[in-house]
Design a binder for this molecule. Structure first.
Ligand code: CA
Length: 255
């Protein structure tokens, strides 16, 4: 597994490099966003994960992350920053970060988060060799108007296409793969974002609101992502069809 450390504090970067090499990783370092992207582009084999500082000379970590996501929606990105405000976390996630850790940090925790992130990513990245056996095909259509392209991180409604952030796409994918089931907020948090560290029930609701604005004909009367009072959500792919067995679904919701 190959890691790129993007960090302008050279002593810290070298310390991280040493420790991750001890763990068996191949590690390269870069002190700013532009050179990190250049390294990323020329890497062979490609990097599996980036540890990304936010306050960098020149291009910021946010911008670097956004640029990176255009190149590769799947590579894992862990932001490691002295910024501790929740706005910073939110913005990092919006730029496509998978995980956020504040400095100062405990090295064993960083290492364990990196490992679990890589494991998770391995499960998420569609394997080219068995694309035919993948649980979810690269594109899914539901309702009578929504098309989701998992590879391109795009949702198309009618003739309008919107690019989703990684976390929005992870949540939407989870809903689609668990259609018709009641999903509690804690289960969603655990299954979708267990290792992102900064998520709260409130942020799940915010993500749901954003998805609803994208896929619901009328977001204030959702037909696809339904609220289940006191619990969480239930995704319905084809509401017209589902309405006829509403009774059954509601029963299932209470068990
Ligand atoms: Ca810095």
């Amino acid at each position: 597994m190959k890691i790129l450390i993007v960090e302008d504090e050279e002593a810290l970067a070298k310390g991280l490099k040493f420790n991750f090499e001890q763990e068996g990783f191949e590690v390269e370092m870069s002190g700013d966003g532009a050179s990190a992207l250049a390294l990323f582009d020329s890497a062979d084999p490609p990097f599996d994960l980036l540890i990304l500082d936010l306050m960098l000379p020149g291009m910021s970590g946010y911008e670097t992350c956004r640029e990176l996501r255009k190149r590769d929606p799947f590579v894992a990105v862990l932001v490691l920053s002295a910024r501790t405000l929740s706005e910073d976390r939110t913005m990092a996630f919006d730029c496509g970060a998978d995980q956020y850790m504040s400095k100062p940090f405990a090295l064993p925790e960083l290492i364990s988060r990196v490992k679990s992130l890589l494991e998770r990513r391995r499960a998420l990245r569609p394997a080219e060799s068995d694309a035919g056996n993948a649980q979810t095909p690269p594109t899914v259509t539901f309702g009578d108007h929504v098309r989701v392209d998992f590879d391109r991180f795009e949702v198309t409604v009618g003739d309008e296409t919107t690019e989703l952030t990684r976390m929005e796409m992870q949540l939407l994918r989870y809903f689609i793969e668990h259609a018709d089931r009641v999903l509690s907020r804690s289960r969603i948090m655990n299954d979708v974002w267990a290792d992102s560290g900064a998520m709260s029930n409130r942020s799940i609701d915010n993500f749901v609101m954003r998805l609803r604005r994208l896929i619901e004909p009328n977001p204030s009367e959702p037909r696809h992502i339904l609220s289940v009072r006191g619990t969480g959500y239930r995704f319905v792919a084809n509401p017209d069809q589902a309405e006829t067995d509403n009774g059954r679904a509601d029963n299932a919701a209470t068990t």
